[in-house]
Design a protein around this ligand. Sequence first.
Ligand SMILES: C[S@@+](CC[C@H](N)C(=O)[O-])C[C@H]1O[C@@H](n2cnc3c(N)ncnc32)[C@H](O)[C@@H]1O
Length: 379
Amino acid sequence: MSKLKINQKISKHILPEWLDKLIINTLDQHFKISINETKVISESIVKLSRYYLENPLGKTPWEEPWCQLAHLCYFLPLNYLRNDSVFKKCQEVNPSFKSFRRLIDFGSGLSPTAWAFKELKELGEISNPNNNLNDNLNGNPHTCEILLMDHSKAPFALLNKMGLKYNQSALSHFNDSDFFKESLVTFSYSLTEFNENHFPPWIDRAENLLFIEPGTQDDGRRLLQLRKTLLAKGYSSLAPCTGDNECPLLLHSNSDWCHDRINIEMPEWYYEIEKFLPMKNSSLTFTYLYLSKTVTRFKNQNQEARIIGDPLYENGKIRQACCRNSDREFLSWLERDLAKKNNTDFFELPERGSLYSLSAVDNFELKGKQSQRELRIKN
Ligand SMILES: C[S@@+](CC[C@H](N)C(=O)[O-])C[C@H]1O[C@@H](n2cnc3c(N)ncnc32)[C@H](O)[C@@H]1O
């Protein structure tokens, strides 16, 4: 038999053509800048990235044209891809996820969240950015009310030019008893600008909450602490967690944090701009948390493990961090078992961020202690 080839499954997340065109048109019509003016655009991105680094809790300077330019050409498309991939994972654990009738995006900016939700709703249908999600709210399952909240007015002016139909939230709505029914409240890269003490006062009334934050150690561990607080308030964590158990990364480590990574494919113009940036993004990291008070998990949690790490190759053994309860666990395979059991010369390791079904495995063995447990897959 030829030597077994082992690869990890890696999907590519591609920026949709309609968003690519929308960015180019907005740049042209609103900023009178061509997408080929890579130097102006890249300087704006570097300036805003530096601003964020130097002012970790500073407010996005939306009134500055360079900030708008950087969001339009860089943070919007990248955060769109992050939101899009998270939505697909949420949809996997809650098949009704895309049926939410109201999206409330807090700290919306150019709302990559609303654009991505729109795409999710219209899955397999028209991807027309001018298609009005707010129309025909009653009756059409593909429609949804989009409510955006941001303390700056500047992104709204830009969104109007981009043709996103949304409502600006009126605080009086938040007292209606039915307001949060079938609603999803999202925070995408906005906790970076305020802390939990400045959460909107109505947050505890939200039935479904989704946070997407940078994949750094600080942001990741902070989100894990927030999870603890929200579980105590009656929420259930649906993704990436497979249960409401204490997080093994907080329990068994002072430094680890849960974060996801996706591979991306951007339009040509993006790579031209990236040539002038100190940071290159062939992949994107982020951390996320989807919680609900009303949705229940539809699968047996211990039978499903979330893949939370990349493969570690060690002397004939492969380990990959996974999570399904409070133990620090790794799926593991011995190469010699794989070569013996598989009638093929190719073996694919699970994708980072995906769910791995243990019920589909005939035979596995638990090894080691709770803080470093191996789930040795034998077939
Ligand atoms: C880093 S941007 C993220 C924008 C967008 N959600 C995204 O994913 O690209 C953070 C946003 O939060 C907004 N923001 C910060 N503090 C806020 C507050 N207290 N209330 C509402 N919006 C706030 C900022 O104006 C900014 O648009």
